[in-house]
Design a protein around this ligand. Structure first.
Ligand SMILES: Nc1nc2c(c(=O)[nH]1)N[C@H]1C(S)=C(S)[C@@H](COP(=O)(O)OP(=O)(O)OC[C@H]3O[C@@H](n4cnc5c(N)ncnc54)[C@H](O)[C@@H]3O)O[C@H]1N2
Ligand code: MOO
Length: 424
């Protein structure tokens, strides 16, 4: 496995005290291992899982040329371009049945959507475009062109061609696609296992008394939600006190049972931050100050215990910083580790509803409410943007991303917004 030092020497402009977001992302991408173990699942159970191998289509879908409309199948060459065409009805073709019998010149076949195109016929006129009695159909000139309303054999998936490629996270359409190939089982990569815990003596778990100076541990719940949405297996190790014995035990348990460890708190410069020392002692860890806001301090590396190792993300303790660093770094890293091929997230461009102050030289993530007013996308900021204001994240429906080199934003200026909601 490549060491932190080796990777640092490959990443241009690597500076652990002012690391731009893109550099940290590049570093992480180079560092993390990928899961290779494969399991076979029944089709329905594979939703959200990472496909382990390319799927080559064993058949043509559809398997025959067929009609896209209810109407009449005919020879396109028999359509008259400048006067109505009259054809005799030779019979009916229903979906799932093959029309039997020859169709001679001057004849057509009554056909239903999905029915196999009778031999020699290449065009379908929808029934509402023409007039018909029991025997004769009259098609107005120009109602259809030769080849219209016919679906070709293999036009969805051609036999021998890749239908899906390895690394795809299976979505509903993919399950349907595999079903259309008659595939009952799918090879997927084993699920990534992620252990996480919170650190800090001031933290209380739900159900405990909130002593003076204490706060309830919210980060573990936010992390639980974010990880569950990613579809990984979770191992919640609770709140770990700021003392070396408890921290060592938690790190060892996590490294021995998970592929990745996520902690929150203890990565800054505070006096009780044993977490940092313990990370350094049990593994190979880089402590970064990232040129971003929120989420400046972060630890990244690996922890080892009894011959097992896990990738470590030591996230800052502030509740908003946990979420922002998760979406800026951890999400893509975990997907990569899970064997998926992460795609860049689509951004929306929206007009800022107010002027925004922004220092060039760091990436800022402001919590925004994006909405469409009179056909124009606008984004407003959700009040205080402090790193401890978790309600700002709850109210928001997107993140305004102010890029590294960007400066102040004027009211009405276009900014990039990362929407929270996805369609599928
Ligand atoms: N002198 C400096 N002080 C701080 C710096 C700095 O660069 N120099 N960085 C600040 C930033 S930015 C952040 S973020 C925090 C990160 O510090 P830690 O990762 O060591 O986090 P803690 O000190 O443990 O906690 C920070 C804050 O968050 C609350 N917290 C922590 N865990 C939880 C949890 N599970 N649920 C809810 N709230 C949590 C904690 O009570 C603190 O208020 O450091 C700044 N300081
Ligand atoms: O990580 Mo800190 O949140 O930048 O406040």
């Amino acid at each position: 496995m490549t060491s932190i030092e080796q990777i640092a020497s490959c990443v241009n402009g690597y500076d652990p005290n002012a690391l731009p977001v893109e550099k940290a992302q590049e570093f992480i991408r180079r560092f993390v291992p990928r899961i290779t173990a494969v399991e076979k699942l029944a089709l329905r159970a594979a939703l959200g899982r990472v496909l382990a191998a390319d799927i080559i289509s064993p058949i043509d879908v559809p398997s025959h040329d067929n009609s896209a409309m209810d109407g009449y199948a005919l020879r396109g060459s028999e359509l008259s371009p400048d006067r109505p065409t009259r054809l005799h009805i030779a019979g009916t073709g229903l979906a799932g049945q093959q029309f039997q019998g020859p169709v001679t010149a001057g004849q057509c076949v009554r056909i239903m959507t999905g029915a196999v195109m009778p031999e020699g016929l290449d065009t379908v006129v929808p029934q509402e475009f023409c007039q018909a009695d029991a025997e004769i159909v009259t098609i107005p000139a120009g109602a259809v062109q030769p080849g219209d309303n016919r679906r070709l054999r293999g036009e969805d998936l051609a036999r021998g061609q890749p239908a899906l490629t390895a690394g795809k996270i299976l979505r509903p359409a993919d399950l349907g696609l595999l079903a259309s190939l008659g595939q009952a089982e799918v090879p997927v990569l084993r699920r990534l296992r992620v252990a996480f815990f919170s650190t800090g003596d001031e933290l209380r778990s739900i159900g405990e008394t909130l002593d003076a100076g204490c706060v309830y541990d919210s980060n573990r719940y936010t992390l639980h939600g974010m990880l569950q949405r990613l579809g990984v297996d979770l191992l919640d190790l609770g709140v770990v006190r700021d003392n070396p014995q408890d921290l060592e035990a938690a790190f060892r348990q996590a490294a021995e049972s998970a592929d990745a460890i996520i902690t929150s708190g203890g990565v800054s410069v505070g006096e009780a931050d044993f977490t940092k020392q313990m990370m350094a002692r049990l593994g190979e860890v880089a402590f970064w100050r990232i040129a971003m806001r929120p989420g400046r301090p972060m630890a990244f590396g690996r922890i080892e215990s009894n011959g097992r190792q896990a990738v470590l993300f030591g996230l800052p303790g502030n509740p908003v910083a946990v979420m922002i660093t998760f979406y800026a770094f951890v999400r893509e890293a975990l997907l990569t580790m899970a064997g998926a091929t992460p795609q860049p997230l689509p951004m929306l461009r929206a007009h800022a509803e107010q002027a925004l102050r922004k220092k060039p030289g760091r990436t800022e993530y402001q919590r925004g409410i994006v909405r469409q007013i009179d056909g124009r996308w606008q984004v407003g900021i959700t009040g205080s943007q402090g790193s401890g204001i978790l309600s700002s994240m709850s109210q928001a429906n997107g993140l305004v991303v102010l890029h590294h080199n960007q400066g102040d934003v004027a009211e009405g200026e276009l900014v990039d917004v990362l929407p929270f909601e996805g369609l599928i």
